[in-house]
Design a protein around this ligand. Structure first.
Ligand code: CP
Length: 350
């Protein structure tokens, strides 16, 4: 009988990895495509890779392999963490921005996908529309990884956040996460989907007329039926943070200007994470923000730079989690010579 998937991070660090070849060749478009146990297996691999990174730095499981990175929109964390992660795995990542390739507009998504599949070993894409990512994946013969679709989700960030929560709390049992502010955002959807899949209770606190989309609520509730997680919607930030172990927020505005920006600031201002709100939070609660932030808007500096903040751990963990996802999806055909790499190498072959 196969060993049970570790539920705590301590068990995960010690336990032998389950076979990983079942991940090979799959896409990572949303974590809804992965069973809870599979997400835990990817998280366990990330824990092992992070420990190896601390001991050795480089873990060349993917020599000569290339990741194509398509960015329709700018990025700091996603670009740098995928690129640094591929370097540490012994491979290479190519940054492809609009104007440097023929997407969008001058070549079809289909042809781009077929060509990149012939030339590289995986594709990561950040697109405006989730439908573009799905079309890319439809034609790709190599794994496609979601690096944020503006109109749907950001699962590689929210699975990274799960790693950060696991490191902080030790397990996913009896945890509550409150998401404050822009609960209609792709990041809010992703956090709710990932947490509910893993069994973390979710509270979404936003203005009454800017709540989570009905279809997203349905998915989160369906996840909860499997994992036991609950979903609560509220327009009261104080009610939301009461008893929460993790308090998460994201940008209210980014490129908007003038009255449009001012309207967003007025809408979300009651949900700002500041010291006054924090005084209502559970002792020991931790603050999360996937960044980038507009300092002094969705959260004040006292919170973002305070001892409760996990936001820079979240950024660093992007690299460790993404190395796990890339390694599992790209796979390997050979056992590394380095004995320190052989546990993971064996799991990749099994
Ligand atoms: N959190 C995140 O995806 O950051 P970037 O936009 O900098 O990639």
């Amino acid at each position: 009988m196969p060993a049970a998937v570790p539920q705590t991070i301590t068990e995960a660090a010690k336990a032998t990895l389950a076979p990983l070849s079942k991940f090979r060749g799959r896409h990572y478009l949303t974590d809804q495509d992965y069973a809870r146990e599979e997400l835990l297996e990817l998280l366990q691999l990330a824990v092992k890779l992070k420990a190896l990174w601390r001991d050795k730095g480089l873990t060349p499981f993917l020599p000569g392999r290339t990741l194509a990175m398509i960015f329709e929109h700018p990025s700091t964390r996603t670009r740098v963490s995928f690129e640094a992660g591929m370097t540490e795995l012994g491979g290479h990542a190519q940054y492809l921005r609009p104007g440097e390739i023929h997407l969008p507009g001058r070549e079809s998504i289909k042809d781009t996908s077929i060509v990149l599949s012939r030339l590289t070993d995986a594709i990561m894409a950040r697109t405006a529309y989730h439908s573009s990512l799905v079309e890319l994946a439809e034609w790709a013969t190599v794994p496609v990884v979601n690096g944020l679709t503006d109109d749907y989700d950001h699962p590689i960030q929210s699975l990274t956040d799960a790693l950060t929560i696991w490191e902080t709390a030790g397990s996913f049992e009896r945890l509550k996460l409150a998401f404050l502010g822009k609960v209609s955002d792709a990041m809010a959807s992703s956090v709710a989907l990932t947490c509910s899949r893993l069994g973390i209770d979710v509270v979404m606190a936003g203005p009454a007329d800017h709540q989570m989309a009905p279809e997203m609520k349905q998915l989160v509730r369906a996840n909860g039926e499997q994992s036991g997680a609950t979903l609560t919607l509220t327009d009261d930030p104080v009610e939301a943070v009461a008893g929460a172990d993790f308090i998460y927020t994201v940008l209210w505005w980014w490129l908007e200007e003038g009255e449009e920006r001012e309207a967003l600031r007025r809408t979300y201002r009651p949900f700002q994470v500041n010291e006054e709100l924090w005084a209502q939070a559970k002792p020991g609660a931790r603050f999360m923000d996937c960044l980038p932030a507009v300092r002094g808007e969705e959260a004040t500096d006292e919170i973002m730079d305070g001892p409760m903040s996990l936001c820079f751990d979240q950024s660093e963990n992007r690299k460790h989690l993404q190395k796990a996802v890339l390694l599992a999806l790209i796979g390997s055909d050979r056992l590394p010579h380095d004995p320190d790499l052989q546990e993971i190498g064996r799991a990749l072959l099994a």
